[in-house]
Design a binder for this molecule. Structure first.
Ligand SMILES: [Zn+2]
Length: 333
């Protein structure tokens, strides 16, 4: 190729310029192809935030960087606290006052039981199965009513006859698959403070599987509530080692065949434990007897004596040390 005309070089610079123009063109073309997909994704995320009623976006979302999409975010007002604090339900307790948290598990599949749980006096902690249909709406209703929300992550039980549901975390899955399933579940329950395990008597007893799950949860700034479906669960000891917020279930307030009277008895046990130790965590399920008992018991709870709080308060306040399973902790999955 002739690079020189007389004494003046056409210039390597000119050739380099042409080359960059060509590469730039390719890049623009690629942007034009991927552009709409990126925008759709961003609008979807913003849509979810609007649904949650939250005024502040989740940390680290890339749409913050694009003023064309979110034109008026005041950087000074962006809440940089971790998700478990940012999404905490409002509550009050005096310093040193005994507190109890009541969690209702397995919610989302039945709109009637969701409405019943949401209508209970709170703040309670409502734990939603990520694969439930129309879950975003349920979560918004729960948060608007002043309750706190957990993602109730399905994990593999020891008994294969028990079915935790779609996208269950299993020991046979690769780390990549586990991360994908967990991420899918967490995206389905926006505005949650953390996760708890649905079933999981096999999965939670495995150190490497739980290490992976908890690392993801910690990275997202969330807390872990161990439902303790098996006493050898590795969840709480690992969360403790990893320095992340966590807590453990003390008492299941119901079981499948429980009548209202036995749920009330369990609630009194929960109260007794809180008075003795300073805090207690109870877990119930969306059964008729459980709702009937809570509808009767909650309005009569003397909150000058014991404050009803969401799980985030206990995770923040108690910095619990890992403890053995209390005598009243019957195994329920
Ligand atoms: Zn469950």
């Amino acid at each position: 190729m002739q690079l020189f005309r007389g004494r003046r070089p056409i210039g390597r610079r000119a050739i380099a310029g042409l080359f960059f123009l060509f590469v730039g063109g390719l890049y623009q073309g690629a942007l034009a192809q991927s552009g709409p997909e990126v925008e759709d994704k961003r609008f979807r995320i913003i849509g979810e935030l609007e649904l949650t009623g939250s005024t502040l976006p989740l940390a680290g979302q890339d749409f913050l960087a694009d003023p064309a999409i979110v034109p008026e975010i005041d950087a000074a007002r962006v809440d940089l606290r971790p998700a478990w604090q940012r999404h905490a339900a409002p509550s009050y307790n005096a310093p040193g006052q005994p507190v109890i948290a009541i969690v209702i598990d397995d919610l989302g599949m039945n709109p009637t039981t969701v409405a019943r749980a949401v209508d209970l006096e709170g703040p309670l902690t409502l734990s939603f199965l990520p694969y439930a249909k129309g879950i975003a709406r349920s979560v918004v209703a729960a948060r608007d009513a002043g309750h706190e929300v957990l993602a109730h992550i399905p994990m593999e039980p020891l008994n294969p006859a028990q079915r935790p549901g779609p996208n269950t975390l299993k020991l046979s899955q690769s780390p990549r698959e586990l991360r994908w399933r967990l991420s899918w579940a967490l995206d389905r329950v926006p505005g949650s403070v953390g996760i708890s395990n649905h079933m999981g008597s096999k999965f939670t007893a495995d150190t490497s599987a739980m290490s992976l799950v908890l690392a993801e949860v910690k990275q997202r700034g969330m807390l872990y509530l161990d439902s303790l479906t098996i006493e050898t669960s590795r969840g709480a000891p690992l969360a403790d080692q990893m320095g992340m917020p966590f807590l453990q279930r003390d008492i299941f307030i119901d079981h499948r065949a429980a009548d209202k009277g036995s749920v009330l008895t369990q609630l009194e046990k929960l109260k007794g434990l809180a008075l003795k130790r300073g805090y207690a965590v109870g877990i119930g399920h969306p059964h008729e007897s459980t709702f009937a008992a809570l509808e009767e018991w909650l309005p009569h709870l003397d909150q000058t004596q014991i404050a009803l709080v969401p799980v985030s308060v206990i995770a923040a306040r108690e910095a619990p040390t890992v403890r053995s399973l209390p005598a009243s902790g019957a195994m329920v999955e």
